[in-house]
Design a protein around this ligand. Sequence first.
Ligand SMILES: [Zn+2]
Length: 369
Amino acid sequence: MRSTNPGWVPDSPLRRQLTPEWLAFFRTFPKAETHCHLLGTIAESTFRDLVRESGASVSDEEISAFYTRGEKPVGVLKIFRTLESQVLREPEMLRRIALEHLERAASLGVRWIEFSWNWTGLSRWMSYADGARAIQSALLEAPERFGISGCLIPAIDREASPEDACRLVEEVLSMKDRPLVPGIGIDYRETGHEPENFWKAFRLASEGGLKITIHAGEFGEHWRNVETAVDLLGACRIDHGYTIVDNPELVERARRLALPFAVVPTNSYYLRTLEPERWALDHPIRRMRDLGLSVYPNSDDPTMHRVSIDESWRIPFEFFGFSLEDTRRMLAASIEASWADASDARRWRVEWLEEFDRLAAGLPALPSD
Ligand SMILES: [Zn+2]
């Protein structure tokens, strides 16, 4: 494991040594983040504050362990369950978390962000509408305060029942003022919780005019989940989707559809299962690019995975051997994949890429190139 930032990913034979100008470039060019779980953005100090405020019985040592990566990290999903069951009792807490991350993301060049948020586990503490309004109010303040805009993606908790999922969608659709909720997602543990179990909730969502993004093909789960997400459930975007590389026919279809894959270079499954010396070489994101799929990097759970958004953009370039042109293509893909208004996305497609080109033109040559 390396000691430099991002400190805990294995080294790579493809590694480029980036100069400070290049690091600044990755922090600066305008970018979109569409795969980010609100609860995975909590700063450690905020976590401690919220535990104090709620009076939850979570010790300082437990919180420290939540934020420790390395040999045996506490799974992020377990941390989320602690937050839902004991800590996040007030909608105002969600607003604080969202505001803090909006400010952090904006400082790293993010101009558009989509927060995934599960209400089902919090339903004992707050109504869907109160929770959603708290996050929306942060999103509404953000353009003026931080120069970033975004939306909310209420996500089905796939460890809960299909009926809970339907209830979530009904709650989403019953809110009249939901301009910042263009669609729904689904997350938590994919293993043993196949997407088709939630067909009724997804059908309700589609009929109600909501877009659909689905976590599929993560944790080494079968490509069938990606196929189900697209063909049966109407997903227009896939979160992760790595195992699609095992099915050439499905790859070809996804390529023709220009189906976007919001991938995560620091995905914990591949850090755990690939040999450190093969991690960068065998990472499915490289294969996905080689196969012509529309991929773009995201941070997923940035504070808990100890990765910042600029690092998630840097890793393909710095460790996986992606070119600057690949990075530019991924930037265009992220804009295309975003659920922003079509007119905004069209404008960004021109303005952000121009800014990317202008910043790239000022970069010094890399020693290794
Ligand atoms: Zn995710």
